[in-house]
Design a protein around this ligand. Structure first.
Ligand SMILES: Cc1ncc(COP(=O)(O)O)c(C=O)c1O
Length: 342
């Protein structure tokens, strides 16, 4: 069996999810007539303490729809310089929505200083875009899946709100943050207007993300989702997996975190690998190998049946559902052999 550590997105639906898909009660979700989708959306809204929720096809779409439902063409969004929306979503909010992205320096712990947010808000001047929105990420994928505490999230969100902005949280892996910090997602998102989370990463669903927020914003999100051609019909077959994810797959994320820590400690003991295991708190294990060696490392690991994405120097391994402690042992010993050979 291959040990696929490229991402938690490679997870496959559990046997319980497959059964639920087969048995899902469905209807036309464009008419709000799919009872399984309705149930998932209600469940998500309740879990986050928000008024409403909407099921979308992906995390990228969740962020896009969230931004476009809260900012118009020529408006500006402030966001971290290494966040997913800015760097890894093909510039969608600008390309499709005409929303200007203004990146702010991200601290090593994934936070953004409050005064950086406040100072970046543009004055009422017709030379400037109109700053409408601030977005941050939790956990932060750019800094090894760092979970952002309630205290830090609140500080950023409240600074943005004080400056008159709305706040969006890209919580693709918010349940990893919740488990790592032992803080509810409701608390972690108390002061954000909208939040997206992915069902298709550590929670192991085949497809889907959810946006939670206020009634009016989610109503607008429904219009934007339609505009993007992504309103779906008998989508309860997918939402059924989401319900199982929220019921049964959250607590087990702690296993992924434990495996990630074990992996980080093992890697730190191998020569020519740079990693501080103290910085690994959730499931993303980022480390450095000597410059220009990252592709060779990933190619050689493949010969041991271990898959990771190649890159110039920074590599990543992501434990997830289906990866057990013994797979971590195999990965560490294979990695040791690979590093000895380069
Ligand atoms: C922080 C973050 N936000 C958004 C996304 C986008 O999710 P998707 O791949 O479902 O579009 C990802 C995907 O890896 C992510 O890591």
């Amino acid at each position: 069996m291959e040990i696929d550590l490229r991402s938690d997105t490679v997870t496959k639906p559990s046997p319980e999810m497959r059964k639920a898909m087969a048995n899902a009660e469905v209807g036309d979700d464009v008419y709000k007539g799919d009872p399984t989708v309705n149930k998932l959306e209600e469940k998500a809204a309740e879990l986050f303490g928000k008024e409403d929720a909407i099921f979308v096809s992906s995390g990228t779409q969740g962020n896009l729809v969230s931004v476009l439902s809260q900012a118009n063409r020529g408006d500006e969004i402030l966001l971290g310089d290494i966040c997913h929306i800015f760097g890894s979503e093909a510039g969608g909010v600008s390309v499709l929505g005409g929303v200007v992205m203004y990146p702010l320096k991200t601290n090593p712990d994934g936070t953004i200083d409050e005064d950086r947010i406040t100072e970046a808000v543009k004055p009422d001047d017709y030379h400037k875009p109109s700053t409408k929105l601030f977005a941050f990420e939790n956990t932060h994928g750019g800094v090894s899946g760092m979970p952002i505490s309630k205290e830090s999230s609140d500080k950023m969100a409240l600074a943005a709100k004080k400056a008159g902005l709305r706040v969006h949280m890209d919580g693709a892996r918010i349940f990893n943050a919740s488990v790592a910090l032992n803080t509810s997602v409701k608390d972690l998102t108390e002061h954000v207007d909208s939040a997206t989370f992915c069902l298709s990463k550590g929670l192991s669903c085949p497809v889907g993300s959810i946006i939670v927020g206020e009634k009016d914003q989610i109503a607008e999100a429904r219009r934007i989702r339609k505009l993007l051609g992504s309103a779906m019909r008998q989508v309860g077959v997918l939402a059924a997996c989401g319900i199982i994810a929220l019921d049964n797959m959250i607590d087990r994320l702690a296993d992924d975190h434990e495996n990630a820590k074990k992996l980080a400690i093992g890697l730190s003991e191998i020569s020519k690998i740079e990693i501080n295991p103290d910085n690994i708190h959730t499931n993303l294990v980022k480390f450095k190998v000597p410059e220009n060696k990252g592709f060779e490392v990933s190619d050689k690991l493949k010969e041991f049946g271990i898959l990771i994405n190649g890159s110039y120097t920074e590599l990543r391994m992501v434990p997830h559902y289906g990866i057990e402690s013994e797979h971590i042992d195999t990965t560490i010993s294979s990695m040791s052999k690979v590093m000895n050979s380069i």
